[in-house]
Design a protein around this ligand. Structure first.
Ligand code: NAD
Length: 316
């Protein structure tokens, strides 16, 4: 049987390499490749496993010679040019279900942190300031949480929000009536309906051409005065400038963000947004739990191995 050469880039948990080696693959782990090294690698390897850092853009993929499979440990394929991969006959596989609970729990953590001003209160107290009266929060109970994207993570967030006695509404481009209604979630027939009615809006959709800047000035103008936006999906879905303006003008009461248009952030607007007192931020860590990383790595190892065998039976 052919020995497949697999390259693991990015910080993928070691269980991925262990599983592939135990199946006879020759695995090289290089978590921080430069673009030049990556271009060389796509010529040499049968499969590459990445997380979100490595950008498999068209110019990189077009250099591929023996590459048959790209594995994305986790969810979100926006760092891979899928069209270019398909043109080259390269199969792209992922392990999307691994991070669902981690991201849903992080979303709830961000909402609660914002509602109770926990980061600011924590910072003040550590600085020696007992400012009890400064921190007046609000309860989640009874508030309407609007979920945009009722897929794996959207549904997991709904389940948790319902346990907090929140009202939940969801919007999706798929027909979600049956799934939503069985959970006690109201379905918004249009995005506008969800934007108008929600107290807190949370995004759980993929970034693609149709969702880039989906939340911009017009969408924010439809939201309730004092609404809150939570984004643990992808930074590019929200127009940073529009969000910054709405927060500064008081149209929105706050934002909780795990993702940014540039990662790490680099524009003046991004840093101004991050530093606002009513904005809670984390550096794209929503899926970073031990459980999710181990699951993503072992699931992607199985997927890559399966795909290599499928392609080798047709290609070789
Ligand atoms: P999923 O595919 O299960 O769900 C996505 C849902 O969005 C689907 O139901 C789909 O129909 C819907 N959708 C797509 N386009 C839409 C649109 N324009 N309007 C409304 N709905 C739309 O994916 P998931 O596992 O729930 O993950 C969602 C996203 O979360 C991922 O694409 C990824 O970008 C992000 N994510 C972030 C992290 C993190 O670390 N912050 C980790 C994992 C996933």
């Amino acid at each position: 049987m052919a020995e497949f050469k697999v390259l693991v880039t990015d910080d993928v948990h070691e269980s991925c390499a262990e599983i592939l080696r135990s199946r006879g693959c020759r695995v090289t782990v290089k978590p921080s490749l430069t673009k030049e090294e990556l271009i060389k690698a796509v010529k040499e390897y049968d499969a590459i496993v990445v997380r979100g850092r490595t950008k498999l853009t068209r110019d990189v993929i077009m250099e591929a010679q023996s590459l048959k499979v790209i594995g994305r440990a986790g969810v979100g394929l926006d760092n891979i040019d899928l069209k270019a991969a398909s043109e080259k006959g390269i199969k792209v596989v992922a392990s999307p279900q691994a991070s669902t609970v981690a991201v849903a729990e992080a979303t709830m953590a961000l909402i609660l942190a914002l509602a109770r001003m926990i980061p600011e209160a924590n910072k003040m107290l550590k600085e020696g300031l007992w400012l009890k009266s400064k921190f007046m929060g609000f309860e989640l109970r009874g508030k309407l949480l609007g979920i945009i994207g009722f897929g794996r993570i959207g549904k997991a967030v709904a389940k948790r929000a319902l346990a907090f006695d929140m009202k939940v509404m969801a919007y999706d481009i798929r027909d979600i009536r049956e799934e939503a209604e069985s959970m006690g979630v109201k379905v918004a027939t249009t995005l506008e309906e969800l934007l108008r009615e929600s107290d807190i809006i949370t995004l759980h959709i993929p970034l693609n051409e149709s969702t880039w800047h989906m939340i911009g000035e017009r969408e924010i103008s439809l939201m309730k005065r004092g609404a809150i936006i939570v984004n643990t999906s992808r930074g590019g879905i929200v127009d940073t400038k529009a969000l910054l303006k709405a927060l500064k003008e008081g149209k929105l009461a706050g934002a909780a963000l795990d993702v940014f248009e540039n990662e790490p952030p680099k524009t003046k607007e991004e840093w101004e947004l991050i530093r606002l007192p009513n904005v809670v931020v984390t550096p794209h860590i929503a899926s970073q739990t031990w459980e999710a990383q181990v699951a993503a790595a072992s699931m992607i190892a199985e997927e890559v191995y399966k795909a290599l065998h499928e392609t080798s039976s047709t290609v070789r």
